[in-house]
Design a protein around this ligand. Structure first.
Ligand code: PNS
Length: 166
């Protein structure tokens, strides 16, 4: 069984993430969306919230069959071993993503030489998107249509506004 792991913060999931999940789910028997728990950058949404937002987004577009959402902390390679996967999937937006992603891919390969990182070039419509940009726009009262999955847009934008209210 070909199992891929798509790791990230997903704080919250954007349409760019959803596009990568959809495309990866067509290439692998199973895609595990690995939501990092402990991170230096403090997430706005809890793991449970991020998980629920990912599942709701995925379910609303009907790709649930081979997608799982799991929490992980510690090393990604340890998570890969626990889930019998050797393939990390990452989305690449710009050349500026590349340096950081290249370093992570090489580090993960150093930790386990059998682990491969596969980069998927993001859909150009979402190439400017990031969770941080979405949070900033919501916080400042801008329109995030086309940035967040339709199924979660109202809830997420309201929650971001509430949580960033001074
Ligand atoms: O969405 P993000 O914040 O870019 O995701 C980064 C993430 C979670 C994929 C990365 O920080 C990660 O893999 N963390 C696990 C710690 C680890 O394994 N570090 C060594 C490899 S760089």
């Amino acid at each position: 069984m070909r199992i891929a792991v798509y790791p990230g913060s997903f704080d919250p999931i954007t349409k760019g993430h959803l596009d990568i999940i959809k495309r990866a789910s067509k290439m692998f028997d199973k895609v595990i969306v690995a939501v990092v728990k402990n991170q230096s950058k403090k997430p706005m949404f809890t793991f449970e919230e991020r998980r629920e937002l990912i599942l709701r987004s995925v379910e609303s577009v009907g790709w649930v069959d081979n997608i799982e959402v799991e929490e992980f902390q510690g090393l990604l390679v340890d998570f890969m071993h626990q889930h019998n996967s050797k393939i990390i999937v990452k989305g690449l937006r710009f050349v500026s993503d590349f340096e950081y992603e290249f370093q992570q891919a090489l580090t993960n390969r150093k930790l386990d030489e059998e682990i491969e990182t596969m980069f998927m070039v993001t859909c150009y419509k979402y190439s400017y998107l990031s969770s941080s940009i979405v949070k900033e726009i919501c916080m400042l009262g801008g329109d995030v249509t086309d940035m967040l999955p339709e199924a979660i847009i109202d809830d997420v934008s309201e929650q971001i506004k509430q949580r960033t209210k001074k």
